[in-house]
Design a protein around this ligand. Structure first.
Ligand code: HEC
Length: 116
């Protein structure tokens, strides 16, 4: 019996050491069933959460997120998705966005970064 508990403890330790800061475990958003596009879904998220700092003029980190190509490039070739999901150093800096909001960007990537 004691051995059994010890094994459970070890398994628990291994599992907890494997979790990353990227995806908080308690959040499990409902899967998005529709196809995600920039114009309908992604642009509103970016406009509401990013363009105050990443606007067209003098953007923070030199990163403007005001057009389809800019956002696509940052998501495809840059750090946009990683930073939005980085619990320790998130974008926006004020706090990581809800899992359901971040899932929109992840699904946009899975759907192929469509514009419309
Ligand atoms: C309050 C201002 C502010 C907001 C809002 C904000 N950012 Fe940032 N962002 C910054 C600053 C300052 C930096 C540079 C410092 C750093 O990397 O932490 C930065 C850096 C970044 C970088 C890294 C750029 C690089 O070249 O490595 C990405 C990607 C990014 N932001 C994306 C976003 C996204 C996406 C949003 C919205 C979901 C967002 N940011 C919202 C201020 C902001």
């Amino acid at each position: 019996m004691k051995k059994h508990l010890y094994a459970l403890l070890v398994i628990g330790l291994i599992m907890s050491s494997c979790t990353t800061a990227e995806i908080p475990l308690e959040e499990d958003p409902d899967p998005i069933l529709t196809t995600i596009t920039y114009t309908a879904d992604v642009k509103p998220v970016i406009d509401n959460n990013c363009v105050t700092c990443h606007g067209a003029v003098n953007p923070n980190a030199g990163l403007s997120l005001t057009t389809y190509l800019q956002v696509k490039n940052a998501a495809e070739n840059g750090n946009l998705i990683a930073r939005m999901n980085n619990a320790l150093n998130p974008m926006p800096p004020a706090g990581i966005l809800p899992a359901q909001t971040r899932a929109i960007i992840d699904k946009w990537r899975d759907d192929g970064f469509l514009e419309n």
